[in-house]
Design a protein around this ligand. Structure first.
Ligand code: E4P
Length: 218
Protein backbone atom coordinates (compact mmCIF):
# COMPACT_ATOMS: atom_id res chain seq x y z
CA UNK A 1 0.00 0.00 0.00
CA UNK A 2 1.31 3.44 -0.94
CA UNK A 3 1.47 6.23 1.65
CA UNK A 4 0.47 9.76 0.68
CA UNK A 5 0.40 12.72 3.05
CA UNK A 6 -2.81 14.76 3.07
CA UNK A 7 -1.65 18.34 3.49
CA UNK A 8 -0.38 21.43 1.68
CA UNK A 9 2.01 22.27 4.53
CA UNK A 10 5.56 22.12 3.16
CA UNK A 11 7.18 21.49 6.56
CA UNK A 12 4.95 18.50 7.24
CA UNK A 13 5.53 17.18 3.73
CA UNK A 14 9.31 17.43 4.30
CA UNK A 15 9.02 15.70 7.70
CA UNK A 16 7.01 12.79 6.23
CA UNK A 17 9.33 12.58 3.22
CA UNK A 18 12.37 12.38 5.51
CA UNK A 19 10.91 9.21 7.05
CA UNK A 20 11.57 7.54 3.70
CA UNK A 21 8.09 6.04 3.44
CA UNK A 22 6.28 8.72 1.45
CA UNK A 23 4.88 7.93 -2.01
CA UNK A 24 2.96 11.12 -2.73
CA UNK A 25 0.80 14.02 -1.57
CA UNK A 26 -2.87 14.96 -1.76
CA UNK A 27 -4.21 18.46 -1.34
CA UNK A 28 -7.63 20.02 -1.61
CA UNK A 29 -8.90 23.63 -1.70
CA UNK A 30 -9.44 23.65 2.07
CA UNK A 31 -5.88 22.49 2.75
CA UNK A 32 -4.47 25.11 0.34
CA UNK A 33 -6.56 27.84 2.00
CA UNK A 34 -5.34 26.69 5.43
CA UNK A 35 -1.77 27.44 4.30
CA UNK A 36 -2.85 30.86 3.00
CA UNK A 37 -2.10 29.95 -0.64
CA UNK A 38 -4.37 32.13 -2.78
CA UNK A 39 -4.30 33.37 -6.38
CA UNK A 40 -3.42 31.30 -9.44
CA UNK A 41 0.28 32.17 -9.49
CA UNK A 42 0.82 31.29 -5.82
CA UNK A 43 -1.17 28.08 -6.17
CA UNK A 44 0.88 26.97 -9.20
CA UNK A 45 4.14 27.77 -7.41
CA UNK A 46 3.05 25.90 -4.31
CA UNK A 47 2.30 22.75 -6.30
CA UNK A 48 5.71 23.05 -7.98
CA UNK A 49 7.37 23.39 -4.55
CA UNK A 50 5.58 20.24 -3.35
CA UNK A 51 6.66 18.33 -6.47
CA UNK A 52 10.25 19.33 -5.80
CA UNK A 53 10.14 17.83 -2.29
CA UNK A 54 8.42 14.51 -3.00
CA UNK A 55 9.25 12.05 -5.74
CA UNK A 56 5.70 10.80 -6.21
CA UNK A 57 2.19 11.71 -7.29
CA UNK A 58 0.82 15.06 -6.13
CA UNK A 59 -2.95 15.58 -6.39
CA UNK A 60 -3.99 19.12 -7.34
CA UNK A 61 -7.73 19.80 -7.25
CA UNK A 62 -9.72 21.79 -9.80
CA UNK A 63 -12.13 24.46 -8.54
CA UNK A 64 -14.41 24.56 -11.59
CA UNK A 65 -17.57 22.50 -11.56
CA UNK A 66 -18.30 22.48 -15.29
CA UNK A 67 -16.57 20.33 -17.93
CA UNK A 68 -14.91 23.17 -19.87
CA UNK A 69 -13.58 24.80 -16.71
CA UNK A 70 -12.25 21.54 -15.29
CA UNK A 71 -10.49 20.72 -18.56
CA UNK A 72 -8.86 24.17 -18.78
CA UNK A 73 -7.76 24.09 -15.14
CA UNK A 74 -6.67 20.46 -15.22
CA UNK A 75 -4.50 20.97 -18.30
CA UNK A 76 -2.76 23.91 -16.62
CA UNK A 77 -2.22 21.92 -13.42
CA UNK A 78 -0.92 18.88 -15.30
CA UNK A 79 1.61 21.10 -17.11
CA UNK A 80 3.24 22.19 -13.81
CA UNK A 81 5.08 18.90 -13.30
CA UNK A 82 4.92 15.31 -14.55
CA UNK A 83 3.92 14.12 -11.06
CA UNK A 84 0.74 16.20 -10.90
CA UNK A 85 -2.49 14.22 -10.76
CA UNK A 86 -5.62 16.25 -11.52
CA UNK A 87 -8.16 15.90 -8.72
CA UNK A 88 -11.73 16.06 -9.97
CA UNK A 89 -14.96 16.00 -7.93
CA UNK A 90 -17.43 13.12 -8.31
CA UNK A 91 -20.11 15.01 -10.23
CA UNK A 92 -21.54 14.53 -13.73
CA UNK A 93 -19.15 16.96 -15.44
CA UNK A 94 -16.35 15.52 -13.32
CA UNK A 95 -16.90 12.08 -14.84
CA UNK A 96 -16.81 13.62 -18.34
CA UNK A 97 -13.59 15.45 -17.44
CA UNK A 98 -12.00 12.27 -16.05
CA UNK A 99 -12.76 10.51 -19.36
CA UNK A 100 -11.29 13.48 -21.28
CA UNK A 101 -8.08 13.46 -19.19
CA UNK A 102 -7.80 9.68 -19.25
CA UNK A 103 -8.02 9.63 -23.08
CA UNK A 104 -5.14 12.13 -23.19
CA UNK A 105 -2.85 10.38 -20.71
CA UNK A 106 -3.45 12.88 -17.89
CA UNK A 107 -3.79 11.08 -14.56
CA UNK A 108 -6.74 11.84 -12.30
CA UNK A 109 -7.93 11.42 -8.72
CA UNK A 110 -11.72 11.27 -8.41
CA UNK A 111 -12.55 12.89 -5.09
CA UNK A 112 -15.54 13.17 -2.74
CA UNK A 113 -16.56 9.55 -3.17
CA UNK A 114 -19.11 8.14 -0.73
CA UNK A 115 -20.70 5.15 -2.50
CA UNK A 116 -19.87 2.05 -4.53
CA UNK A 117 -21.97 3.35 -7.43
CA UNK A 118 -19.77 6.43 -7.65
CA UNK A 119 -16.70 4.19 -7.52
CA UNK A 120 -17.93 2.16 -10.51
CA UNK A 121 -18.56 5.30 -12.59
CA UNK A 122 -15.11 6.71 -11.82
CA UNK A 123 -13.42 3.43 -12.78
CA UNK A 124 -15.43 3.26 -16.03
CA UNK A 125 -14.32 6.82 -16.84
CA UNK A 126 -10.69 5.77 -16.37
CA UNK A 127 -9.77 7.49 -13.11
CA UNK A 128 -6.24 6.71 -11.95
CA UNK A 129 -7.19 7.05 -8.28
CA UNK A 130 -10.51 6.96 -6.44
CA UNK A 131 -10.81 8.76 -3.10
CA UNK A 132 -13.50 7.37 -0.77
CA UNK A 133 -13.75 9.63 2.31
CA UNK A 134 -13.60 7.21 5.24
CA UNK A 135 -13.56 9.70 8.11
CA UNK A 136 -16.46 11.76 6.84
CA UNK A 137 -18.57 8.58 6.53
CA UNK A 138 -17.64 7.58 10.09
CA UNK A 139 -18.56 11.11 11.22
CA UNK A 140 -22.10 10.38 9.95
CA UNK A 141 -22.25 7.31 12.20
CA UNK A 142 -21.82 4.94 9.21
CA UNK A 143 -18.84 2.65 8.60
CA UNK A 144 -16.35 4.09 6.12
CA UNK A 145 -14.32 0.91 6.13
CA UNK A 146 -17.27 -1.10 4.78
CA UNK A 147 -17.12 1.09 1.68
CA UNK A 148 -13.41 0.33 1.18
CA UNK A 149 -14.17 -3.41 1.43
CA UNK A 150 -17.08 -3.17 -1.02
CA UNK A 151 -15.14 -1.14 -3.61
CA UNK A 152 -12.09 -3.43 -3.30
CA UNK A 153 -14.31 -6.45 -3.95
CA UNK A 154 -16.04 -4.83 -6.95
CA UNK A 155 -12.77 -3.63 -8.50
CA UNK A 156 -11.22 -7.10 -8.07
CA UNK A 157 -14.24 -8.90 -9.56
CA UNK A 158 -14.49 -6.48 -12.48
CA UNK A 159 -10.75 -6.11 -13.05
CA UNK A 160 -10.89 -2.30 -12.82
CA UNK A 161 -7.43 -0.72 -12.73
CA UNK A 162 -8.39 2.42 -10.77
CA UNK A 163 -6.45 2.52 -7.51
CA UNK A 164 -8.41 2.87 -4.27
CA UNK A 165 -6.99 5.82 -2.34
CA UNK A 166 -8.47 5.77 1.18
CA UNK A 167 -8.95 9.44 2.14
CA UNK A 168 -10.30 11.48 5.04
CA UNK A 169 -8.17 9.38 7.37
CA UNK A 170 -8.40 10.41 11.01
CA UNK A 171 -6.23 7.92 12.93
CA UNK A 172 -3.74 5.02 12.72
CA UNK A 173 -6.52 2.40 12.86
CA UNK A 174 -8.01 3.82 9.66
CA UNK A 175 -4.61 3.24 8.01
CA UNK A 176 -4.26 -0.32 9.31
CA UNK A 177 -7.80 -1.26 8.25
CA UNK A 178 -7.36 0.35 4.83
CA UNK A 179 -4.31 -1.86 4.32
CA UNK A 180 -6.23 -4.91 5.58
CA UNK A 181 -9.28 -4.35 3.37
CA UNK A 182 -7.49 -3.72 0.10
CA UNK A 183 -6.84 0.01 -0.36
CA UNK A 184 -3.98 0.60 -2.81
CA UNK A 185 -3.09 3.94 -1.26
CA UNK A 186 -3.84 5.76 1.95
CA UNK A 187 -3.60 9.53 2.33
CA UNK A 188 -3.29 10.74 5.87
CA UNK A 189 -2.35 13.66 8.07
CA UNK A 190 1.17 13.53 9.54
CA UNK A 191 -0.34 12.93 13.01
CA UNK A 192 -1.90 9.62 11.86
CA UNK A 193 1.36 8.45 10.28
CA UNK A 194 3.35 9.31 13.41
CA UNK A 195 0.63 7.76 15.57
CA UNK A 196 1.44 4.38 14.01
CA UNK A 197 4.85 4.49 15.69
CA UNK A 198 3.41 4.56 19.17
CA UNK A 199 3.19 1.60 21.52
CA UNK A 200 3.72 1.81 25.30
CA UNK A 201 5.52 -1.57 25.36
CA UNK A 202 8.04 -0.22 22.83
CA UNK A 203 8.77 2.74 25.13
CA UNK A 204 8.95 0.54 28.27
CA UNK A 205 11.12 -2.04 26.50
CA UNK A 206 13.52 0.58 25.14
CA UNK A 207 13.85 2.27 28.54
CA UNK A 208 14.65 -1.14 30.10
CA UNK A 209 17.26 -1.99 27.43
CA UNK A 210 18.99 1.37 27.89
CA UNK A 211 18.90 1.10 31.70
CA UNK A 212 20.38 -2.43 31.63
CA UNK A 213 23.06 -1.31 29.19
CA UNK A 214 23.95 1.67 31.39
CA UNK A 215 24.15 -0.54 34.52
CA UNK A 216 26.35 -3.12 32.81
CA UNK A 217 28.62 -0.50 31.29
CA UNK A 218 28.92 1.73 34.32
C1 E4P B 1 -7.90 14.00 0.33
O1 E4P B 1 -7.76 13.72 -0.81
C2 E4P B 1 -9.16 14.54 0.88
O2 E4P B 1 -9.44 15.78 0.32
C3 E4P B 1 -9.04 14.61 2.38
O3 E4P B 1 -8.53 13.38 2.83
C4 E4P B 1 -10.32 14.98 3.08
O4 E4P B 1 -10.09 14.84 4.46
P1 E4P B 1 -11.05 15.48 5.57
O5 E4P B 1 -12.33 14.74 5.57
O6 E4P B 1 -10.29 15.29 6.85
O7 E4P B 1 -11.22 16.94 5.21
Amino acid sequence: MKFFIDTANLEQIREANDLGILDGVTTNPSLMAKEGITGEEAVMKHYKDICEIVDGDVSAEVISTNFEGMVAEGEKLAAIHENIVVKVPMIKDGIKAIRYFSDRGIRTNCTLVFSAGQAILAAKAGATYLSPFIGRIDDMNWDGMELIKQIAEIYAVQGYETQILAASIRNPLHIVKSAQFGADVVTCPLSAILGMLKHPLTDIGLAQFLADHAKANG
